[in-house]
Design a binder for this molecule. Structure first.
Ligand code: AOF
Ligand code: ZN
Length: 346
């Protein structure tokens, strides 16, 4: 069914996505200004962290009369003085009579106050248009603000019978070249890439990507030799995580590991909003067990390995009703393999 509010909010989502990585630590937000006949008068989006919000960019690109306009925004207009003044004040000052919003802002300094401020000033407000999509668009921001931790995804390649390697550890390659190429796209949408000593020792991978990802290296007991590729300086940040400090070159930051909860809190403090885990059974098992993973990218190859290693072997669940639950979000062919995407249910 034709629903004009939904069409306009979808347009806001599209605009918001133009920003990509530049909004770093802030949400992706888009805005559209329409007249009462449904004509679009102006659009805007939040382009860069610290710069003008979507609403400001949209409102300031229109110079006509605002008395018969509707402002569509993918996130609740803010009510606070941050790096920029409150968007709600600008909306009121311009005399915009109606605002349609997808989701409330989870940021506790805003959260409902923006809407309240608008209503108090007599602005008609509608909230909740395509709310699930609005939250999904900013899943990283929601996780960051609500938990103080990065959004964490894991990328895993398995055989059809769920193995990441044979019993002898052979895993090159489970998936085909196209799937491995696709992983580069996935990596580039994250800020940090996390791996652990077992995987790094086996692959001597440099954990790099087309965009400068922060390499997060978990290495209790200092097992990775310091001449390994992962320590090489290439302009991107390196965070070394271990149970004790190590004498390493100064371009490498260090975190002392206590537990995973603390580690992720520390990583967000270090301004890492999202992390992609690329590791083996040990790290994946522990993170899954502790509920630290939000999202799963599982590439499934049309191969059967028989006895082998699963990515969650350390989770000893005897009653199937106590399994970790996920929600499937979609699947598609990548070359001869299938990519399955799912969200962990909390
Ligand atoms: C954005 N862009 O389009 C909207 C945001 O420090 P400030 O002033 O940039 O405020 C950042 C907060 O403003 C952010 O955490 C979110 O709660 C709210 N809304 N932020 O960067 C926008 N609408
Ligand atoms: Zn704002």
């Amino acid at each position: 069914m034709f629903n004009f509010d939904e069409i306009m909010i979808k347009k806001c989502f599209e605009l918001a996505r133009h920003a990509g990585r530049d909004t770093f630590l802030n949400p992706l937000v888009g805005a559209v200004l329409c007249d009462f006949e449904g004509n679009i008068l102006s659009t805007g989006y939040h382009k860069k962290y610290g710069e003008a919000h979507a609403e400001v960019n949209c409102i300031n690109s229109y110079s006509g009369d605002f008395s018969k306009t509707i402002l569509y925004v993918s996130l609740e207009p803010c009510s606070h003085y941050g790096k920029t003044p409150p968007c709600a004040d600008l909306i009121i000052e311009k005399g915009i009579p109606k605002v349609v919003v997808s989701t409330l802002d989870p940021n506790p300094i805003v959260s409902g106050r923006g809407i309240e401020k608008l209503k108090q000033a007599g602005v008609e407000v509608k909230v909740g248009v395509l709310e699930d999509e609005g939250r999904a668009l900013n899943k990283v921001f929601f996780k960051n603000i609500l938990s103080g931790k990065p959004y964490v995804a894991t990328k895993i390649a398995t055989t059809l019978d769920g193995k990441i390697a044979t019993l002898s550890g052979s895993s090159k390659w489970i998936t085909g070249a196209q799937a491995r190429e696709y992983v580069r796209n996935i990596r580039s949408s994250f800020w940090g890439i996390m791996s652990a000593s077992g995987t790094i020792l086996a692959d001597n991978s440099n954990l790099t990507c087309a965009v400068p990802l922060t390499r997060i290296i978990l290495d209790n007991s200092h097992k990775i030799p310091s001449d390994f590729n992962v320590f090489k300086e290439n302009g991107s940040r390196i965070i070394y995580v271990s149970n004790s400090r190590r004498n390493l070159p100064s371009h490498i930051e260090q975190i002392e590991f206590e537990n995973y909860e603390k580690l992720f809190l520390d990583l967000y403090e270090l301004k890492i909003p999202s992390v992609l885990v690329e590791a083996g059974a040990g790290l994946n098992s522990r993170l899954i067990k502790e509920g630290q993973i939000d999202y799963l990218y599982q590439f499934i190859a049309s191969k059967i390995a028989g006895k082998g290693i699963s990515y969650s072997d350390e989770n000893n669940i005897s009653d199937i009703n106590n399994s970790k639950k996920l929600k499937f979000l979609g699947s598609k062919f990548i070359g001869e393999d299938i990519l399955l995407e799912a969200e962990f249910v909390v």
